[in-house]
Design a protein around this ligand. Structure first.
Ligand code: PTJ
Length: 255
């Protein structure tokens, strides 16, 4: 079954479409088989969140957009799941924020880096970093540490969706502002983030781009105000509460 063959009327339409995209990503050689497991974990959290963007996740997306617009050198890190799920949306977000796109993989092979870069170009990217891999993130073992010297290594703000905790923490130790998209509010990457966006990457990425477009004309003070107002601990608590108490369906997140 392809995206188009999942009937719109199916009660789990979005979830099934998402699964098919990850499956197709594995078949195309852009997503690792472990990506299927990661998707299953994410899907379970999304189900508990009511498969909707919480108000706290929307505020996080807005704070992320403000960080992007304030950055000197923002970079969006793309892994195999992200490439399968939101390739065009990531290219659009890069355009809306002036960020570079860099392929950075947990289960790295040069073949998969090249396949993901080509996939992003098919979706409109003009430049994709990650192929040079001439710098290292300190404190990580070999493959996960490989980054471009003029990309993630030199970035001040990095968007790291669906990360593993080690890499997110290592980027934090390099004093980079980390914007993390992760459906699990208890994950180490969400907890290490400057801005944890507890939402499905499918909803979060277009939402950050929409906020960036809306904030694009704002002055520095306004953007710094958006950043300062955001409380990461409160956002994580709100997401955990929503999961435990039934998402925003019954007003659990009524701040
Ligand atoms: O392509 P690679 O080699 O870089 O590998 C990518 C994966 C995702 C396989 C790798 O980074 C990995 O194993 O990640 P983890 O440790 O399974 O963590 C993935 C996190 O992302 C988990 O906390 C999931 O809940 C979350 N997640 C999964 N799908 C989504 C998600 N968060 C947002 N949107 C999703 N669609």
């Amino acid at each position: 079954m392809t995206d188009a063959e999942v009937p719109e009327s199916h009660p789990r339409h979005d979830s099934l479409v998402t699964r098919h995209r990850v499956e197709a990503g594995v078949e195309k050689g852009i997503t690792s088989r472990q990506g299927l497991i990661a998707q299953g974990r994410g899907e379970a959290f999304d189900y508990l969140l009511g498969e909707a963007t919480l108000p706290s996740a929307d505020r996080a997306a807005r704070a992320a957009a403000a960080h992007f617009l304030l950055a000197d050198h923002p970079v969006i890190s793309v892994n195999g799941n992200v490439a399968a799920l939101v390739p065009g949306e990531m290219v659009d977000l890069a355009g809306a924020t002036g960020a570079d796109l860099e392929v950075n993989l947990f289960n790295r092979t040069d073949e998969r880096v090249r396949a993901i870069a080509a996939h992003l170009r098919e979706h409109g990217a003009t430049e994709v970093k990650g192929l040079t891999a001439d710098a290292r993130i300190p404190g990580l073992d070999h493959e996960r540490a490989k980054v471009d010297a003029d990309g993630i290594a030199a970035a001040d703000v990095v968007l790291v969706p669906l990360e593993d905790g080690d890499r997110a923490e290592a980027l934090g130790a390099m004093d980079k502002t980390q914007l993390v998209v992760d459906l699990n509010p208890l994950s180490r990457s969400a907890r290490a983030a400057t801005v944890p966006i507890v939402d499905n990457v499918i909803r979060a990425v277009p939402n950050i781009a929409a906020h960036a477009r809306e904030l694009r004309g704002a002055d520095r003070d306004t953007l710094e105000g958006v950043v300062a107002e955001f409380d990461a601990d409160a956002a994580l608590d709100a997401a955990e509460r929503a999961i435990r108490e039934g998402g925003d369906r019954d007003g659990a997140e009524s701040e």
